[in-house]
Design a protein around this ligand. Structure first.
Ligand SMILES: Cc1cc2nc3c(=O)[nH]c(=O)nc-3n(C[C@H](O)[C@H](O)[C@H](O)COP(=O)(O)O)c2cc1C
Length: 208
């Protein structure tokens, strides 16, 4: 009788332990997968943050400043577009060469220094407005690189010409390459306006 009772108690204890151990394992598995989920979300966010690229062309530094300001607000990668053979130094000298390119429709060779574009979904392309238009190196950029499937957001700096004057050219060369070209932005040192524009395009870093 006593042996029978002892046997039942032992069985009961064993069942309790098994139940406890099972619950512990299930608990650990649930916690593990939640942590994993959190991590994969974080990884995705990190990748997403890196999927915007700024490409800018600048001769006297104004568009470079605009590009750097955009970089600060977006956290995007940034690269400078350069003519393979640099323009001659001095405003009159490079303006003369650029004017000839414009009149003759030349697409001057550019340096092949861009990162692999397949890493990016959105590309901000910045340039000084020259004779109401993007400089001819912007045409070469689209000749040499594949922007298909990407969202292009142009930006410019100028004495006074608005962004919209360059938009039809940007739409034309972007769409010919299979890209979607969004309305661009003219930067005139107004950082509040720049932030507003970037926020509207979902490009502003969360802490900005
Ligand atoms: C060759 C040339 C043509 C220009 N054409 C225009 C123009 O049509 N409209 C305008 O508002 N500014 C014009 N500008 C002024 C530039 O767009 C402006 O100074 C720009 O911010 C320079 O940018 P960067 O310093 O990045 O080279 C021209 C400048 C140059 C050198």
């Amino acid at each position: 009788m006593a042996a029978n009772f002892l046997d039942r108690e032992v069985k009961h204890m064993k069942f309790k332990w098994r139940w406890l151990v099972t619950m512990l394992i299930v608990g650990l598995m649930v916690t593990g997968s939640l942590v994993g989920l959190g991590q994969s979300r974080y990884a995705k966010a990190a990748t997403k943050g890196n999927r915007t690229l700024i490409i800018y062309f600048s001769m006297s530094g104004t568009t470079k400043q605009a590009a750097q300001q955009i970089q600060k607000y977006t956290g995007a990668d940034i690269v400078r577009l350069q003519r393979a053979t640099p323009y001659p130094k001095g405003y009159d000298n490079y303006a003369k060469v650029a004017d000839r390119e414009r009149r003759q429709g030349t697409h001057p060779a550019i340096k092949r220094n861009l990162p692999n574009l397949s890493r990016y979904d959105t590309v901000l392309i910045g340039f000084p407005t020259w004779w109401q238009q993007p400089p001819m190196v912007i045409h070469t950029l689209f000749d040499d690189y594949d922007f298909s499937g990407k969202t292009i957001i142009p930006f410019t700096t100028s004495m006074s010409t608005p962004m919209k004057n360059s938009m039809s050219t940007m739409r034309q060369i972007g769409q010919a390459d299979g890209a979607t070209v969004k309305n661009g932005f003219r930067y005139d040192d107004n950082n509040a306006a720049l932030k507003k524009f970037l926020r509207k395009n979902h490009l502003l870093k969360s802490q900005q």
